[in-house]
Design a binder for this molecule. Structure first.
Ligand code: DAT
Ligand code: MG
Length: 137
């Protein structure tokens, strides 16, 4: 199986709620490996680039406000099918629809405050890792 890398964010709600360790524990327990990790507060421009695909959505201003509103933890995670593997750990975007046993299903209740981000494709992963950790690309 091909090893992949994916960008994972523990969003500001996850950091504020003390869930960084919980998220890292779950992905490590799954067998994914940390390649990079950093606590940082995103500048508006980086947030807007990161969520560029959502620029025209009604929730975009609120999303940018939220993601820049406090420190987040940016991670690069590696493993076989890491992109799909982490998305499965995270669960559905809407935490009410996310299954039990997933990060969002177990720990969140609101769509915006859904604790984690994970890249959704190899193309997104390359773009997002390049945006957050240019030294890795
Ligand atoms: P995901 O984070 O599961 O990849 P996405 O890329 O569709 O989901 O959306 C990015 C983030 O934007 C998502 O984690 C939470 C927020 N979001 C998505 N849909 C939303 C909505 N209908 N209302 C408010 N926030 C939303
Ligand atoms: Mg997405």
């Amino acid at each position: 199986t091909v090893t992949e890398r994916t960008l994972v964010l523990v969003k500001p709600d996850g950091v504020a709620r003390g869930l960084v360790g919980e998220v890292i524990s779950r992905l490590e327990a799954k067998g994914l490996r940390l390649v990079a990790a950093e606590l940082r507060t995103l500048p508006r421009e980086v947030a807007e680039q990161h969520y560029g695909e959502h620029r025209d959505k009604p929730f975009f201003p609120s999303l940018v406000e939220f993601i820049t509103g406090g420190p987040l933890v940016a991670l690069v995670v590696e493993g076989p099918r890491a992109i799909e593997a982490f998305r499965a750990l995270a669960g559905a975007t809407d935490p009410v629809k996310a299954g039990p046993g997933t990060i969002r299903g177990d720990l969140a209740l609101e769509v915006q405050r859904n604790i984690v981000h994970g890249s959704d494709s190899p193309e997104s992963a390359a773009r997002e890792i390049g945006l957050f950790f240019p030294a890795l690309t």
